[in-house]
Design a protein around this ligand. Structure first.
Ligand code: ADP
Ligand code: MG
Length: 209
């Protein structure tokens, strides 16, 4: 079973968006997916609840990681983990236990860039990351492509020494998907193609492990 975590100490940067959409990508591909929510806000679990209203979309198993040990059903192929904000120090190294791939979403904002710099430092000092048992990658999120702040973010993310895979656009499609319990991959292709194509580098990076 592959363990994938979306984490950044900063709130609102897209952890839940990445975790839920990634879960649908694997599930739509026929994999058995469990989505573990570590956040007391339980946004991933709320999303799964909304998803129950749909027939014909693959089931994703929800796990409330704050309620007890995370035990995905037997035969689970992917365990996707949605981390809370405010993760620092020992909490980070505890959460990384058994994580194979860690994705860090970052917003184009000066505050978020400064904060993630510190967070990356912390990550690089955790045992699993320094032993290369956990791979890390960065994803810019909520990007408006022709803006100065996005270019600053690109510059900054390309120089951290950690793979900077792609950027996701600021798009109502993510809001719609969040509301309805679907992934953007499950919305009308004509509506989402510009968003979907930007996931390719991330999906390839995950596949390449
Ligand atoms: N690329 C995007 N475009 C538009 N809205 C987004 C995008 N990514 C996230 N959002 C919205 O921003 C808010 C915060 O995102 P979320 O994934 O919940 O962040 P986190 O889990 O890190 O707190 C949510 O309302 C979400 O729907
Ligand atoms: Mg969240």
């Amino acid at each position: 079973m592959r363990h994938i975590m979306c984490m950044n100490a900063k709130g609102g940067c897209g952890k839940t968006t990445l975790a839920t959409n990634l879960s649908t990508w694997f599930a739509d591909d026929g994999a058995r997916v469990a989505l573990a929510d570590f956040d007391p806000q339980k946004s991933s679990l709320d999303w799964l609840q909304a998803r129950e209203d749909y027939e014909g979309v693959p089931t994703i198993e929800g796990i409330d990681a704050l309620a007890g040990p995370v035990r995905p059903p037997r035969g689970t192929d992917y365990l996707v983990m949605d981390a809370p904000a405010g993760t620092h120090g020992k909490v980070v190294s505890d959460m990384l236990r058994r994580v194979d791939d860690l994705i860090v979403p970052v917003l184009p904002s000066p505050i978020d860039m400064r904060a993630v710099q510190r967070f990356i430092e912390e990550l690089l000092h955790t045992g699993r990351v320094s032993r290369e048992q956990t791979r890390i990658a960065l994803v810019a999120n909520r990007v408006r492509e022709n803006t100065r702040i996005f270019h600053q973010l690109e510059d900054f993310l390309s120089r951290t020494g950690i793979p900077f895979l792609t950027h996701l656009r600021e798009s109502q499609n993510y809001i719609r998907a969040a509301e309805t319990g679907l992934g953007i991959f499950e919305l009308a292709p004509a509506m989402v193609y510009k968003d979907v194509v930007l996931w390719d580098p991330l999906l390839e990076w995950l596949e390449a492990a």
